[in-house]
Ligand binder design. Structure first.
Ligand code: GLN
Length: 499
């Protein structure tokens, strides 16, 4: 393979080239750095540092030369800018953290670095991961590489756009209410949000702590499997909600399973539940057509489709938009201009300093959430809003358990439409909240979910199929997605981006 086409390869492909000595990590890293520089107009990156990346690549080459062969060694990726990193600034796409430099690496970043992966930089996102279109970045919006007039989804929009445009082979993302799955769907890539607690939240700038979860975004389910095994780890001393369970080698399981399942119906026995609430009038016809097309492919692979019900689906929107802002208002209280982050230049006294620093540092959407969150937690409203939302959250989680008595995985659309135009929803925040309808309920329940490319809809824009699993069933989701991707090529379609 010529080094000109290296960006066509995903993680597994690059790994094979590196292991065979056909290319060095320095060459691969330089290739992607060149592409990032050339396609800067997408707005996907907030920071790069060629010197740092190339030093990491040289270290990986030395390990390769010494005979080490591990799957991620020397393969580059980039991190959503909510993971703190020692070697690059971390801003959470907020003016509040402009030029902030963390003294330590997030656990997910450290885990990936220890495998010998090379960091290419930090990726743009919605400010503090609040948004669905990446228009809430304090620095610049991200463009969708399939159509630069459209959003790439959010909040992990930089991660999605950069992977889709093949500026990087893979990225980390975070998902609080859909921020891995929805941008993956809008840009035609594969992304998985694992079970809450699978990956440590240590060093992830906190949005809503009971929902935040890290996950990989890449070309394929196999690539996501390789990354997830490296990202996940128990971290009991630093994140008490991280699950104290052994890490699973998802990729080896996929490869072993597909060898054992050779034949026309590798997914025989898999029951896929279709919640009636995900297939109603609220979803646009082009998205439904692509999703149904993908589901019939699953049937050909041996899976059976069964109707299930998630009756509280609609309530997931008000419940999420009470709980997430409540937690955000608490988490963001640390940005007071005293300890770190932006501090106003002129102020009369301490209260004025807090006020001015926070007014100047936070953007509109973040302020809106702080106000909603403070309101629903305040005395007199707490029972009516926050407590009520928590009770419904429990019922939403129970509905999933009822559904899982009838099926193994749940499938449906990721979002009710393809990517919208930049600016289309920016004057009406509630319109973008409503578009989160299919991702919020599984986040509230803490379940794993993924998005896989399933075709194209209006305007030739990508459509994602969502797969939701029961707790800790990431392996099952990845296996179903991998079999689908062995039989189809939607995940190999990339937007026409020049060299
Ligand atoms: N769109 C949702 C929100 O704005 C989800 C964001 C996320 O998952 N980080 O809160």
């Amino acid at each position: 393979m010529s080094t000109q086409d290296l960006h066509e390869l995903g993680v597994a492909g690059l790994s094979a080239q590196l292991a065979a000595g056909k290319v060095s990590s320095v060459e691969v890293t330089q290739h992607f750095l060149n592409r990032i520089a050339r396609h800067d107009s997408l707005g996907a990156f907030l920071a790069t540092n060629a010197e740092v990346s190339l030093a990491q690549a040289r270290a990986a080459d030395a390990r390769l030369a010494a005979g080490e062969r591990t799957p991620l060694l020397g393969v580059p990726l980039a991190h959503k800018d909510v993971f703190v990193t020692r070697d690059f600034p971390t801003t959470a796409a907020s003016k509040m953290l402009e030029n902030y430099r963390s003294p330590f690496d997030a656990t997910v970043v450290a885990n990936l670095a220890s495998t010998g992966m090379v960091t290419l930089g930090k990726l743009n996102c919605d400010e503090f991961a609040m948004g669905s279109g990446n228009e809430n970045s304090a620095y610049k919006p991200v463009k969708n590489p399939w159509d630069a007039s459209c959003v790439p989804g959010g909040s992990s929009g930089g991660s999605a756009a950069a992977v889709a445009a093949r500026l990087i082979p893979a990225a980390t993302g975070t998902d609080t209410g859909g921020s891995i799955r929805q941008p993956a769907a809008f840009t035609g890539i594969t992304g998985i949000k694992p079970t809450y607690g699978r990956c440590s939240r240590y060093g992830m700038v906190a949005f809503a702590s009971s929902l935040d979860q890290a996950g990989p975004m890449a070309h394929s389910a196999l690539d996501c499997a390789l990354l997830l095994s490296a990202m996940a780890s128990p971290d009991p001393d630093r994140d008490s909600t991280s699950l104290d369970l052994p890490v699973i080698d998802y990729a080896s399981n996929l490869i072993a399973a597909s060898a054992g399942e050779a034949g026309a119906t590798p997914l025989k026995g898999l029951r896929i539940g279709l919640p009636t609430q995900f297939f109603g009038a609220g979803c646009s016809a082009d998205v439904l057509a692509a999703v149904r097309g993908a589901l019939s492919e699953f049937e050909k692979l041996g899976a059976t489709l069964v109707d299930v019900s998630l009756p509280l689906t609609e309530l997931s929107i008000p419940v999420y938009y009470v709980i997430a802002p409540a937690e955000a208002s608490s988490n963001l209280s640390r940005f007071d201009g005293v300890r770190y982050g932006h501090r106003a230049a002129d102020y009369a006294d301490l209260t004025d300093m807090y006020k001015k620093s926070r007014s100047e540092g936070f953007g509109d959407e973040v302020k809106r959430r702080i106000m909603i969150g403070t309101y629903v937690l305040s005395h007199g409203y707490y029972d009516a809003y926050y407590l009520k939302a928590q009770k419904i959250r429990r019922l939403i989680a129970q509905d999933f358990q009822t559904a899982f008595t009838q099926c193994d995985v749940i499938a449906g659309p990721v979002a009710p439409s393809v990517a919208w135009k930049i600016g289309e929803k920016s004057s009406d925040p509630v319109a973008s909240y409503l578009a989160d309808i299919y991702t919020l309920s599984s986040s509230l329940a803490g379940l794993p979910g993924m998005s896989i490319p399933a075709g194209f809809g209006a305007g030739g824009m990508p459509v994602g199929l969502q797969l939701i699993g029961n707790y800790l069933k990431e392996g099952q989701l990845l296996r179903a997605a991998h079999q689908f991707q062995l039989a189809t090529d939607w995940h190999q379609k990339a937007p026409g981006i020049s060299a």
